[in-house]
Design a protein around this ligand. Structure first.
Ligand code: CTP
Length: 405
């Protein structure tokens, strides 16, 4: 992806370096455009060194410069798959909302046909000023997207809204808005279950498993980036930063996860079941903390509902189901058995022998369909593995229903 990163004059400009670094590390081409005020907070040399790309715009000592003599604002505007401005000051929001083109960044913001993402940062009073609110509303009416500033201690010493969103959240929003769409998934409604469930014994004790939910969250992001409308039902602690356009339905137990999924399922085109649902729960959950007794104690466990199998039973024609199978032995055979038992379109088998597949490590998934095991995906970090799995599934969907766009 080719990203044009506009950087305007705010104390948060230093965080733009990290946005540029993370995107470059993920293989994207990032070209930075500085306003004159932006270049007083962060140097072109820093950004050029991090991105390996030329930096454009203004240098407070040298004036506005040009990397080449052609019509640069048009060239850059055409080059970009997405334009992001982080941090965006009240000034650049106001200029663009009103069609002013006074420097390279404001000019190319008028000239671009690519999606535009704003990540504003300013003093709380400025952010809540009616003029800024009106400019933001106007920019949204142009189809521009915005990642809201967060609450926190601002550089001016005030506490409140106006702090630049987290760097990871900005990168996530850039990928959500600028990634290439996949025709088989674009506009499709996909339900994703992710994370562990927690089955309570009493107000302080719970039964759960080692799943972090990372793979399911990455699947949700990859589907969203491919253009799907994703509905994420999430157990466990959840992501470290807010996911762009993915406000999850948070659940605790398998029963809660099933209730949330059953509500959504009739309107969905497909399901990706990545949750590590606890298969058993304590027969009773005590309202008060249970006191310890003498000697060995017994805990009676009962089965939780199988969410994937229940939704498969309620499937209407045209809906598809994709499962996961985490297995510590015979992973391909066991996955194939689950594919048949739960009547799935495909299952992604994950070998979790010796603790593989949990947490941050690189991981491998083998898709299994009615035709048998397909070529393995990975080993890859979970975000790239999810992208590979979504690409595999999108190609298969397109091949299965070639008449659909
Ligand atoms: N699954 C589910 N609800 C459950 C259990 C599993 O929706 N109560 C889904 C998982 O999200 C996954 C698939 O079913 O997509 C397989 O999950 P897994 O735990 O590997 O298999 P189980 O069916 O629980 O079988 P077993 O524990 O015997 O391996």
């Amino acid at each position: 992806m080719r990203i044009l990163l506009g950087i305007t004059g705010g104390i948060a400009a230093y965080k733009a370096a990290e946005v540029a670094r993370l995107l470059t590390r993920q293989g994207h081409a990032v070209r930075c455009v500085l306003t004159e005020a932006g270049a007083r907070f962060i140097t072109p040399l820093t950004l050029a060194s991090l991105t390996g790309q030329p930096v454009f715009g203004a240098n407070p000592d040298l004036g506005e410069w040009r990397a080449n003599p052609v019509v640069e604002h048009i060239d850059l505007a055409r080059w970009a798959d997405l334009v992001a401005v982080a941090p965006a000051t009240a000034d650049i929001l106001g200029k663009t909302a009103n069609g002013l083109a006074t420097d390279l960044l404001s000019t190319l913001l008028l000239a671009t046909r690519a999606p535009v993402l704003w990540a504003p940062a300013m003093n709380t009073a400025m952010w809540s000023h009616p003029a800024v609110r009106a400019n933001v509303a106007r920019l949204k009416s142009f189809g521009h997207s915005l990642i809201e500033p967060v609450e926190g201690l601002l550089a001016c010493g005030e506490e409140g809204g106006g702090k630049l969103a987290e760097v990871e959240a900005i990168v996530d929003a850039i990928l959500a808005l600028g990634s290439p769409r996949h025709p088989a998934l674009e506009g499709k409604k996909v339900l994703v279950t992710a994370g562990p469930t927690r089955e309570d014994l009493d107000p302080v004790r719970t039964l759960t498993n080692r799943s972090t939910g990372a793979m399911g969250i990455e699947m949700a992001r990859a589907l969203r980036n491919a253009g799907a409308e994703v509905h994420l039902v999430l157990g466990g602690d959840g992501p470290a930063f807010p996911l762009y356009g993915l406000a999850p339905t948070r659940v605790r137990s398998a029963a809660e996860m099933l209730a949330a999924c059953e509500k959504l399922w009739p309107a969905m085109d497909g399901l990706v079941a990545a949750a590590a649902v606890a298969d058993q729960r304590p027969e009773t959950c005590s309202a008060e903390k249970v006191k310890k007794g003498e000697g060995p104690e017994r805990l009676t466990l009962v089965r939780t509902p199988d969410i994937l199998a229940t939704l498969s039973d309620a499937k209407r024609p045209g809906q598809w189901l994709l499962g996961f199978a985490a297995e510590s032995e015979g992973h391909l055979e066991n996955a194939a058995a689950k594919l048949t038992r739960k009547r799935l379109d495909a299952i992604l088998a994950n070998d979790v022998a010796d603790g593989q597949g949990f947490g941050d490590q690189a991981n491998t998934l083998t898709p299994v369909t009615a035709e048998g095991p397909q070529p393995a995906l990975g080993p890859l970090p979970k975000d790239e593995l999810a992208q590979a799995a979504v690409a595999w599934w999108a190609h298969r969907l397109a091949a299965l229903s070639p008449s659909q766009p």
